[in-house]
Design a protein around this ligand. Structure first.
Ligand SMILES: C[S@@+](CC[C@H](N)C(=O)[O-])C[C@H]1O[C@@H](n2cnc3c(N)ncnc32)[C@H](O)[C@@H]1O
Length: 385
């Protein structure tokens, strides 16, 4: 929250159990133009313009230490520190965090002209995409289709899908039900890119393709870069990247030969990527009444590092490489409108299609395994109440 001159930070207090004298003491330490407190009903409102946050924390800590026996009466100070710490956007100047107008100095003069001169996303200019979107034939709407996506997608008209969200097979020996997942990398990418070629074709103008990819660090294959290069070469706009932090610190791979030696240290990763591309334009048209993301979620999720635990029910669903529903939930709320058509060409046991249905989107899921498709259908049917 902020007025024109100050950012406002509100902290609730139990007035009868709190000793507010600390606020007076703090007010003597910080100039009123930078920081002051206001007590209103059961709230302490901190008006803050700029602050050496480290000093502020130290001041509060030493105050709490000195009040040893009565520290509970000053607990609200910790809440104020936490609330200020949670403000993520600020500038920095001479050791101070600047909370107001910190951007104004950085304003670029003639921004538009300079952007034109540089040619924003130059690699995606001069595309040949038609701007004419088409309706999806009824037979494909809300279907789980068993088959090879390369073959199935050829039956779809151009420009008919709003959002493609998928995680391709990993090709590192996971035991999938149907296909062998240990092709030579050339064959793997050949096949993957044939399917992605179809995806680009059937995506609407303004549609988005979002690929969850775990780079094959163990084989030194930067899959996320290769996939991004593919879409960039196809003249899609790289909209950005989300880092999905899985926090799974017990990674299994350790190259013991490289322990404590610079000879070849083995890097470990607890995250995957979501690479996001747009066809023709970054702006996706849609009706305002079909937006279903809350302001709070929007604020949290545009910060592009998402901490989400990996799917825990893989055994139950009988699939070795599912992504969690929460991941799909955020992607669909942030990048699509209700009623949009969502496709997953590697749908597995149907996490994308189940969440799309739950969120009032239309869905199509394709997987080569009949067994996985059966599970995906059951997940859809279990929502029919
Ligand atoms: C990483 S998994 C996707 C899992 C899915 N996100 C979920 O949560 O269940 C990749 C899937 O691609 C499927 N697949 C592999 N080759 C395919 C192809 N040519 N066409 C369609 N599906 C294929 C595999 O059967 C596997 O289920």
């Amino acid at each position: 929250m902020e007025d024109m001159l100050f950012k406002l930070v509100e902290v609730p207090i139990e007035t009868q159990n709190s000793d507010l004298s600390a606020l007076e003491w703090l007010s003597t330490k910080y100039p009123k133009e930078d920081l002051f407190f206001e007590v209103k009903d059961n709230l302490i409102i901190t008006h803050i313009r700029q602050l050496n946050f480290q000093n502020f924390q130290q001041d509060i800590q030493s105050l709490l230490n000195s009040k040893n026996g009565n520290a509970h009466q000053f607990k609200y100070l910790e809440s104020i520190v936490e609330a200020i710490a949670s403000i993520r956007s600020y500038g920095l100047k001479a050791g101070k965090r600047i909370y107001i107008n910190y951007n104004s100095e950085r304003k670029v003069k003639n921004r538009e002209h300079k952007e034109q001169k540089r040619e924003t996303y130059f690699y995606a200019q001069n595309h040949n995409f038609s701007t004419q979107n088409q309706s999806l034939p009824q037979e494909f709407e809300n279907q789980i289709i068993c088959g090879d996506s390369e073959v199935v997608l050829k039956k779809f008209p151009d420009n008919c899908i709003d959002i493609i969200f998928t995680s391709p097979p990993y090709n590192f020996g996971l035991e999938y039900a149907q296909n062998e997942d240990d092709h030579h990398w050339h064959l793997y990418f050949d096949k993957l890119f044939k399917i992605f070629d179809e995806c680009v074709r059937i995506l609407k103008f303004g549609g988005r393709i979002i690929v969850n990819v775990q780079p094959l660090f163990s084989d030194y294959i930067p899959t996320h870069h290769l996939i991004s290069k593919f879409f960039i070469d196809k003249k899609l706009i790289w909209k950005g990247e989300i880092l999905w932090e899985k926090n799974n610190y017990n990674c299994k791979y350790t190259a013991w030969g490289s322990w404590k030696s610079p000879s070849n240290p083995y890097l470990k990763y607890t995250w995957e990527f979501l690479e996001i591309f747009a066809k023709g334009t970054l702006k996706k048209e849609g009706k305002a009444e079909n937006i279903d993301i809350s302001g709070e979620d929007f604020k949290k999720w545009v910060y592009a590092k998402w901490s989400i635990a990996p799917e825990r029910k893989m055994k139950e669903y009988g699939h070795p490489a599912m992504f969690p529903e929460e991941l799909v939930y955020r992607v669909l709320k942030l990048f699509s409108y209700q009623n949009d058509i969502i496709l997953d060409p590697f749908n597995g046991v149907g996490t994308t299609t189940a969440v799309a249905k739950m969120l009032n989107r239309k869905f199509i899921g394709i997987d080569i395994s009949q067994e996985y498709c059966n599970t995906a259908k059951k997940r859809i049917e279990s929502q029919l109440f």
